[in-house]
Design a binder for this molecule. Structure first.
Ligand code: PMP
Length: 388
């Protein structure tokens, strides 16, 4: 049998430039998080690791502002948390109302349909948000068991007001699912006070961790719906029954379910600790201040923000319109080449229309705002000088 040769590419060291990640995610890891990733592995059932899991759970309860006992981190990125919400909460035939104002409503609809749900949609253009009256009207029309909303729409740059949405859902006997992947820690959110039944986020945005462990929490009402399922969820890996046990949420001795991504959970523990040290409210304020500085700077340059109403702007991700005659990609490439700064394009409806600027966690500093503004201005001037 011929022995295959080792790939030459692997015999060279891995080299790449350091980049400042100011797109919609991931953000740069904070040095403390990077150090946590490098800690020696523990076994996934060792008492020291179990304690780390318990601390991660407490940290998630804090950033979600919830007392829910079914609170843990899904092993996987934000999409895995979305899938976990879908496959555990929904049964074939369940009506779900998805508020769609960008990519995340679109994707959640797709996942819900794959789980056999009867998906109804209430749609608005990217850049706009829903009022409780609009949601109530759609709920009255469709009679869903579950309602989905995106708190931080990273494709359209909106911050969905949630206060009052839980009350609407309660009144009509449905559960409220909220995606806070792009917003947690960057804008106020109170899971229990606002009556949210399922909330999830990711690690690689405000928490400044590597992607791969995604916090999620379920209310008692969501737990009751899951307990009454006729059939098990189709996914074994994301089955909340198993995960509740593995994370010590069901009062039973922990059983092996899967090997937790140990280093990702060290990182998440550190990211949560950094946020706890700063304080949630101070972290919200820092993101708001940086976003305002950025928005003012962009407007001073004569650019137009994609989201009109300041109170609907997501502090963590800002889409800004690409001026006519300018190629967004050329500017992004200029900024990367000369500043090693990531400046992303749009997504879905906003593709080719906007740049998206992320200021999250470790990266949300006034210095980074100033650097980005300077790099962007230079990039646009460079493109203009080529046009004329
Ligand atoms: N929801 C929102 C609002 C997001 O911004 C993202 C990531 N851009 C996701 C879900 C999916 O997360 P991931 O890429 O970590 O799977």
């Amino acid at each position: 049998m011929a022995t295959s040769t080792a790939p030459k590419s692997l015999l060279r060291p891995m080299t790449f430039p350091r980049k400042l990640l100011l797109g919609p995610g991931p953000s740069n890891m904070s040095p403390r998080v990077a150090a946590a990733c490098a800690l020696p592995l523990l076994g996934h059932m060792h008492p020291e690791f179990v304690q780390i899991m318990d601390e991660v759970k407490e940290g998630i309860q804090y950033i979600f502002q919830t007392n829910n006992s079914l609170t843990l981190a899904i092993s996987g990125t934000g999409h895995a948390a979305m899938e976990a919400a879908c496959c555990n909460l929904l049964e074939p035939g369940d009506v779900i109302l998805v508020a769609w104002n960008g990519t995340w409503g679109e994707r959640f609809s797709d996942m819900a349909a794959r789980n056999g749900a009867d998906v109804r949609i209430v749609k608005k253009p990217a850049g706009s948000v829903f009022s409780p009256q609009e949601i109530e009207k759609a709920v009255t029309e469709h009679g869903p068991r579950v309602v989905y909303l995106t708190h931080g729409e990273s494709s359209g740059g909106t911050l969905q007001p949630l206060d009052g949405m839980g009350v609407v859902c309660r009144r009509h006997g449905c559960l409220l699912v909220v995606d806070a992947v792009a917003s947690i820690g960057g804008a106020p959110l109170y899971m229990d006070k606002w009556g949210i039944d399922v909330l999830y986020t990711g690690a690689q945005k405000v928490l400044s961790c590597p992607p791969g462990a995604s916090p999620i929490s379920f209310s008692a009402a969501a737990e009751s719906k899951m307990a009454a399922r006729r059939k098990k969820p189709v996914s074994f890996y994301l089955d909340m029954g198993w995960l509740a046990n593995y994370w010590g949420c069901d009062g039973q001795p922990r059983r092996y379910h899967h090997t937790a991504p140990i280093s990702n959970l060290y990182a998440l523990r550190e990211g949560l600790a950094i946020l706890a040290e700063e304080g949630l409210e101070d972290c919200w304020r820092r993101h708001r201040r940086c976003a305002e500085l950025l928005h003012a700077g962009l407007e001073d340059m004569g650019l137009t923000l994609f989201v009109d109403r300041p109170e609907h702007r997501l502090p963590t991700v800002t889409p800004v319109r690409v001026p006519t005659g300018i190629d967004w990609k050329e500017v992004s490439q200029y900024v990367m080449k000369h500043y090693k700064v990531e400046l992303s394009g749009g997504l879905g409806e906003t593709a080719n229309e906007v740049w998206r600027i992320g200021l999250m966690g470790h990266n949300a500093t006034p210095d980074n705002v100033r650097l980005l503004l300077r790099a962007l201005k230079e990039g646009i001037d460079h493109c203009r000088s080529k046009v004329h």
